[in-house]
Structure formats: C-alpha cells, structure tokens
Ligand binder design. Structure first.
Ligand code: GH3
Ligand code: MG
Ligand code: MG
Ligand code: MG
Ligand code: MG
Length: 301
C-alpha cells in the first residue's frame, strides 16, 4: 500500500466551479493521487505542501486568475517544476500563447474530451517524471542525497536576492567532519561513505524550515543556507547539529573524542543586492578553521 502510494502521480485540480472539479476528478482519481482547490490562493498553498506533479488549472477564477497562479508557481524554486496544464472554456490564440510564455506545458479546452484529456495528462506526467530524474541527477549529491554543490551555487544567489529585498538576515553554517582522513584510513572508504550518509542525515534532520537548504560542499564538508536566520539562531542550530552528529555515537578510535564529530563555522549577514555572496561563505570557512584550531567538535561564529 505504502509503496503504491509513493509511486502514484499527484494531480491538483484548480477550478472555481466544483462541478468542473468533479468531472476531472472522476477522470483521474483511479490512476493518480488527487488534490483539489477552488481558488488560486488555495492552489498555491496545496502546491507548496503537497508538491503535485501536475496542476490542471482553470484560467478564469475570481480574485486570482490561473495566469497569476502559474506565474507565482514558476517564480518560486520550490514549485517551479510542477507541470501546469491550463483548462479553459475559450479558444483564443493570444491567450494560449500567453499561457505557454508563462511556463504552461499544455492547454485543454472545455468541454473536455475525456480520452484526449487523459492521454495528454498522461504524457505530461511521464515527462514530469523524466524531468524529476534529470533534476535529481543534476542537483543532488549521489552519495548522501542532499543538494550538491551545483544546487548550492544556484540557490544561494537566489536566496541572497530574496533576503536583500526583504531586508532579512541570512546565515550559513559550514560543517566539516573531524579527523575524517584517519577514519577512512582505519575503517576503509566504504565505511567512510556510510559515515558521510549518516552525518548528512543527522544534520539534515535538524533543519525545520522549508526554505533551509543543506548541500554537500566538498568531500566531507557540508554547508547549510538559512534564510531569515540571524547569527544567534544559526549558532543554536549549528550546536544542535554538532550534538546530533555526536549523538550518533559512530565509533572513531583515531579521534580524540572516540567517536565521529563535526566542527562548524557560521557567518551571518543582512545582504545587499550589490554585494557578492562568496564573502559570506569565506567567513564561514574562516570560522570553521578557528573551530578546528580550537580543538574541533565545536561551533564558532
Ligand atoms: P580535520 O579534522 O582537520 O577536518 O581533518 P580531516 O582528516 O577530516 O581533513 P582532511 O581534509 O585532511 O581529510 C579529509 C578526508 O575526507 C580525506 C578524504 O579521503 C576524505 N573524503 C573526502 N570525500 C570522501 C568521500 O566521498 N568518501 C570517503 N569515504 N572519504 C572522503
Ligand atoms: Mg472558472
Ligand atoms: Mg575538509
Ligand atoms: Mg581539509
Ligand atoms: Mg575534516
């Protein structure tokens, strides 16, 4: 049952007319996991929370049109990959072009033809799955499953701009496994890899906000981006991460702590759009260096 659910595609139907929702629901509910929304605002919330593969999106709705919903989905990295299919009662070339320019993948006309609609949705679902696979290859670290360096370098400038617009703080935590060369030397590379997976999971488990990001920065180094976090909050979080890794109690007989530990360096800033983000990472790296110098298994910020 659980595995079946995990492999089922997810579709969100958005329409201000419950009858239209009902028709589409009947068409797809056996094959897909279904979600419904009757307004644009609700649709955006469901997309954030449920991460559907596809949205079947009505254009004409009071308050927020389907175009605006599409635009907002595409503007947010957390929802940009969701496939948007417009469903419309009118045929208007320019309107349709506008929809594609906003990032929609298809248009379906009401009254819908059930067979054609099913086939088009199925095609788009298969494309979405392929694109998810490519994304995970391009953006995730294959060893630990956290974001890779490439994703980190994509996201930090985006988050930087977001925080500078909102005059918010931005913190980064740089973590490095202590005495990891000795760990590999004693326990072997395979065990070393497994250790990195467990450390990544433990650190990731401490992140609670949806926009926080952890990435593998290098061999045994991880970096966390914490939008809207000040130094004090980032320090507390980093200490919780350091504690969580030690709480794994992974034996490391060649470490002075007897178990696997990490050190952390933190930097916080209220970013300005014209500043470069590289300096923030540099500061975190310098603080990490001090943490190492001061004896490791600790946080410096
Ligand atoms: P420090 O406490 O100062 O950080 O010392 P260290 O030994 O952890 O640091 P150093 O940079 O000397 O060594 C890092 C080691 O991490 C060397 C390398 O073999 C290991 N390493 C890097 N990437 C991987 C990986 O993907 N898998 C495994 N098993 N080991 C890795
Ligand atoms: Mg409508
Ligand atoms: Mg290192
Ligand atoms: Mg090193
Ligand atoms: Mg190290």
């Amino acid at each position: 049952m659980a595995t079946q659910q995990a492999t089922k595609g997810k579709i969100l139907i958005v329409d201000d007319q419950p009858l239209n929702i009902k028709i589409l629901h009947q068409l797809f509910h056996e094959e897909y996991e279904m979600f419904m929304a009757t307004s644009g605002e609700q649709a955006l919330q469901v997309c954030q929370k449920m991460q559907p593969d596809l949205v079947l999106l009505d254009i004409e709705m009071p308050e927020m049109t389907g175009y605006e919903v599409c635009q907002r989905l595409k503007a947010d990295p957390a929802t940009a990959n969701i496939g948007v299919i417009f469903i419309t009662a009118h045929f208007d070339e320019m309107e349709e072009v506008k929809g594609f320019q906003l990032g929609a993948v298809d248009f379906i006309h009401k009254p819908i033809n059930p067979i054609i609609t099913s086939a088009r949705v199925k095609n788009q679902y298969l494309l979405k799955r392929q694109s998810d696979v490519l994304h995970s290859i391009a953006l995730l670290d294959s060893l630990t499953g956290v974001a890779n360096r490439r994703q980190f370098e994509q996201r930090l400038p985006e988050i930087w701009r977001h925080c500078s617009r909102n005059q918010a703080y931005l913190s980064v935590i740089m973590l490095d496994v202590d005495f990891f060369k000795r760990y590999n030397d004693r326990y072997g590379h395979q065990e070393g890899d497994q250790c990195l997976r467990l450390v990544a999971d433990a650190v990731k488990g401490m992140l609670k906000r949806p926009n926080d990001l952890i990435a593998r920065y290098g061999g045994e180094e991880f970096i966390c981006i914490l939008p809207e976090a000040k130094l004090s909050g980032a320090m507390r979080l980093a200490q919780a991460m350091v504690d969580a890794v030690q709480a794994l109690h992974l034996e490391h007989l060649d470490s002075e702590f007897g178990e696997v530990t990490v050190s952390a360096g933190i930097a916080a800033i209220q970013p300005l759009a014209e500043q470069s983000w590289e300096s923030l990472v540099e500061v975190a790296d310098q603080q990490l260096y001090i943490a190492k110098h001061n004896g490791r298994n600790q946080v410096v910020g």
